[in-house]
Design a protein around this ligand. Structure first.
Ligand code: CUA
Length: 338
């Protein structure tokens, strides 16, 4: 190959590489990063992307050069000279990809191992997927539930214990990077170390039924002190007894997302109006308190006409203090509204 040809080939390769780099870097392909784990994943993404750009530029430059340089003249029907093998070239094109693939494997292994290593003292949060909602519970804080919104402290590693009630779902917050399936009957562990205060979407990424596309929630990353205060406040509300406790349980479990209840300021119409509980109980033929308790734990025992069966999930893990407080609150406020 002549010197001029080599210069042209190199120039073509550099130009193609520059275009590919510009496309990769100047278009914001990735959502903002908000966790330590995402930083590792992003590093790996760029590591592989840059290697790919190098190979793309090299291969395209050789192809373009060959198409131009070796194109057949209009009156030339002859075959090219027969060529057999080039040991040096074959060694190079075997060795270089081997090194690159090994490098990608090693870097991937390191990132994966780091992202999977969960410290013993990580804050535990139970994540449960069901058609079509997420619930989050804090087992280290009296099993508090945070009403469908995931709250996390910035800068502290969190162990998410992910499971599902019915079918397979998948937990994903794009800004956190890590993603994991939620399986009925088993618990998967995922580490997240949030680095940025903010509100991010929680998305279900496993086709799980009719409401799959709507199975979204929010992850709120709070400054550590604010998070601690929030967690303490939730615990106090529940421990307080009386109306405050019931109202907190109502809010924590996201009842207001589907039901209207004046005392809690909720107006949703997915499920029956809870200010009319006494009428519902009469139709069900049960004493009010018993009816309310049963409807929380076994919602399909009585279905109010006009509402579909199986829509409300059973809140059967709600027990003791929390269940009592919620029942008292619902009975009290629906009777007061009459
Ligand atoms: Cu749950 Cu898709």
């Amino acid at each position: 190959m002549s010197r001029g040809a080599l210069v042209r080939l190199t120039a073509t390769g550099l130009a193609l590489g520059a275009i590919a780099l510009a496309v990769a870097f100047f278009i914001p392909w990735l959502p903002e990063s908000a966790s330590k784990e995402r930083e590792g994943i992003d590093f790996l993404t760029w590591f592989v992307t840059i290697i790919s750009i190098g190979i793309f530029a090299l291969v395209m430059a050789v192809i373009l050069y060959s198409v131009v340089r070796f194109r057949a003249a209009p009156d030339d029907d002859s075959d090219g000279p027969p060529i057999h093998g080039n040991t040096k070239l074959e060694i190079v094109w075997t060795a270089v990809p081997t090194v690159l693939v090994l490098a990608i494997a090693v870097v991937s292994g390191v990132v994966l191992a780091r992202n999977d290593r969960i410290p013993k003292d990580a804050l535990r949060i139970e994540v449960t997927g069901e058609q079509f909602a997420w619930t989050f519970k804090y087992p280290d804080a009296k099993g508090l539930a945070s009403g469908g919104t995931l709250r996390l402290p910035r800068g502290r590693p969190v162990r998410l214990l992910i499971t599902a009630k019915d079918v397979i779902h998948s937990f994903w917050v794009p800004e956190f990077g890590q993603k994991l399936d939620a399986l009925p009957g088993s618990v998967n562990h995922l580490k997240i170390t949030p680095t940025k205060v903010g509100t991010y979407p929680v998305i279900c990424t496993e086709l799980c039924g009719l409401g799959h596309a709507l199975m979204r929630s929010e992850a709120i990353v709070m400054p550590p002190a604010e998070f601690d205060a929030w967690l303490r406040k939730q615990g106090e509300d529940v421990g307080q007894g009386g109306d405050g406790a019931g109202k907190a349980v109502y809010a924590n479990n996201g009842c207001g997302a589907c039901h209207a209840l004046e005392a809690a300021g909720s107006t949703a119409k997915v499920g029956p109006d809870l200010d009319k509980l006494p009428d519902l109980a009469r139709r069900a033929g049960e004493p009010l308190e018993e009816f309310v308790r049963e409807s929380i734990v076994k919602p399909n025992a009585y279905i109010e006409p006009g509402f579909p069966r199986g829509l409300m999930p059973a809140y059967d893990e709600l027990e003791g203090e929390q269940l009592d407080a919620l029942v008292d609150f619902l009975v009290g406020s629906s009777e007061a509204g009459k």
